[in-house]
Design a protein around this ligand. Structure first.
Ligand SMILES: Cc1ncc(COP(=O)(O)OP(=O)(O)O)c(N)n1
Ligand SMILES: Cc1ncsc1CCOP(=O)(O)O
Ligand SMILES: [Mg+2]
Length: 215
């Protein structure tokens, strides 16, 4: 299997967001299952780990993602993304700007931007050089209970004017994912409904099937 860095990828399909976990073996096992089931992107998001644990977990996840030739995006921590040579970073309104991220990252890396419920932010993010824009939360999220809600209708509007891939996030479950995809999301970012599934591999494969013919 190749260990080459990944370049020029278009984000699409099941975008798995890792849960906060202090247990690195569990995290790796769950991510391995998500990858085997068909996740097309992994985001390392851990709001409770300290710096040492974050670096250890991110480094091991990168090795795993490389084996599957799937990109690893780091949430928030651009210095960590640079240090381990991850494939990109995801930034929100409390994080560094897209233009600063672009200056700091080596060429060809992926920058994703949270746009919440705001079309203008998405247009601006595209202008600043984001590789994908994310809207959400579409449904109540136990992973991020205070997330800003957004309507499905906004994706429809976004689809008309945004050319970069659109990621939908927030409370996405198997029963509501199809509508998010049908309304224009290229990828769906899922944490709880994937990593809390009894069989993560099977659940990932169920999500992957929603993109049949689109990947
Ligand atoms: C794919 C994706 N979309 C949105 C977010 C949320 O980012 P942000 O608003 O910065 O919130 P935190 O995740 O940092 O709590 C995301 N991480 N990934
Ligand atoms: C990071 C983030 N941003 C908006 S909702 C959310 C959490 C996504 O997790 P879940 O799929 O469990 O709702
Ligand atoms: Mg953030």
């Amino acid at each position: 299997m190749s260990m080459r860095p990944l370049r020029n990828l278009r984000i699409r399909g099941l975008y798995a967001i890792t849960p906060d976990s202090q247990n690195t073996n569990d995290l790796l096992d769950g991510t391995q299952q998500a990858l085997t089931g068909g996740a097309q992107v992994i985001q390392y998001r851990n709001k409770s780990a300290d710096k040492v644990l974050r670096k250890e977990q991110a480094g091991l996840l990168l090795q795993l993602c490389r084996q599957h030739e799937i990109p690893l995006i780091i949430n928030d921590h651009i210095e960590l993304a640079i240090e381990i040579g991850a494939d990109g970073v995801h930034v929100g309104r409390d994080d560094i700007s897209i233009s600063t991220a672009r200056k700091l990252l080596p060429p060809g890396k992926i920058i994703g931007a949270s746009c919440y419920n705001n079309l203008e932010s998405a247009l601006e993010a595209e202008k600043q050089g984001a590789d994908y824009v994310a809207f959400g939360a579409f449904y109540p999220s136990t992973t991020k209970p205070d997330a800003i809600p957004v309507s499905i209708n906004l994706v429809n509007q976004a689809r008309q004017i945004i050319t970069k891939p659109i990621v939908g996030i927030g409370g996405i479950r198997l029963i509501n994912a199809a509508v998010v995809i049908q309304n224009g999301c290229d990828a769906i970012a899922v944490c709880g409904d994937l990593f809390q599934a009894e069989n993560i591999k099977v659940r990932a494969a169920q999500y992957a099937r929603l993109f049949a013919g689109k990947l």
